[in-house]
Design a protein around this ligand. Structure first.
Ligand code: NAD
Length: 262
């Protein structure tokens, strides 16, 4: 299916690896020009180069910077001639116990996982509406639907974003102008972040990485972790012309791990 996105420009935040890179790859395959960001220059330029080689017909601009800072956001926006598609993403907050988290810990989580996506939407959605097309995808977490005790910073900050998006997406000045805003909620995907989490759990439980990974896989109906390609494919569809009637939704992609009917 042609998703009708050829020639659009997308800003994909935090895209040197993992889920962000999966989204960038899927959009590139649809002929979308890209601005991708990450903090580490080497990894970002490698990803940009591999995207250019695989898709010579598109432009790929790499912007090194921390997307949670005004400078990082300003540089990313300045590199994009127009933002038709915005994929909001950043690293997740660390796990822990809420008794250890002071105000600074909360402010960092809120900056990364709530206020940064809101700032980027503020900078882009009205121009999308004027042009009559726009797609925003926020990468959040399955923890929004089924909170994990140790991920309190993520549960709290992402719930704030989710509540805000529920209202914004339903503004007629956006929805009636073909601007959609949706959240993708990943379960367990085989990325560096998941590997780091599993390594931490193995050390804490004095067991092996394989053991922890096997036990985690067994909690998922699909009995495996998701891939960044699968995540990217969903992102590309949500950004498609065909998905213009899909807005304000929280789409869980977790291999059937969540046990509820809805
Ligand atoms: P990852 O560690 O594999 O990749 C993270 C990417 O974000 C890298 O490119 C990194 O350079 C970039 N990045 C991180 N912080 C940044 C910042 N401040 N500015 C710019 N770039 C930044 O992680 P991932 O697994 O792809 O996770 C992406 C998001 O999805 C995270 O917020 C994570 O918490 C969430 N998530 C992931 C999973 C999973 O199973 N992988 C599950 C639920 C939620």
């Amino acid at each position: 299916m042609d998703l009708g996105l050829r020639g659009c420009w997308a800003l994909v935040c935090a895209a040197s690896k993992g889920l962000g890179r999966g989204c960038a790859q899927a959009l590139a395959a649809e002929g979308v020009n890209l601005v991708i960001t990450a903090r580490g220059a080497d990894g970002l330029h490698l990803t940009a180069q591999s995207l250019r080689l695989a898709h010579p017909g598109i432009a790929v601009r790499a912007v090194v910077g921390d997307i949670t800072t005004p400078q990082g956001r300003g540089d990313a926006l300045a590199a994009c001639p127009q933002v038709d598609i915005l994929v909001n993403n950043a690293g997740g907050p660390p796990p822990g116990d809420f008794r250890q988290w002071d105000r600074d810990a909360w402010m960092s989580a809120l900056e990364a996982n709530m206020l940064t996506p809101i700032e980027l939407m503020r900078a882009t959605v009205d121009a999308m509406a004027e042009r009559g097309f726009g797609r925003v995808v926020n990468i959040t977490s399955s923890a929004v639907k089924a909170p994990l005790d140790t991920l309190g910073l993520s549960n709290g900050a992402r719930a704030g974003l989710t509540g805000f998006v529920a209202g914004l997406a339903r503004q007629p000045r956006l929805a009636a102008r073909n601007v959609t805003i949706n959240n993708l909620l990943p379960g367990a995907f085989d990325t560096d972040r998941l590997q780091a989490t599993l390594r931490g759990a193995a050390q804490a439980g004095a067991t092996t990485l394989d053991d922890v990974a096997d036990r985690r896989r067994r909690t998922i109906a699909a009995q495996r972790f998701g891939t960044a390609e699968e995540f990217g494919a969903l992102c590309a569809f949500v950004c498609s012309r065909q998905a213009g009637y899909l807005t304000g939704q929280n789409l869980l992609i977790d291999g059937g791990a969540y046990p509820g009917t809805f």
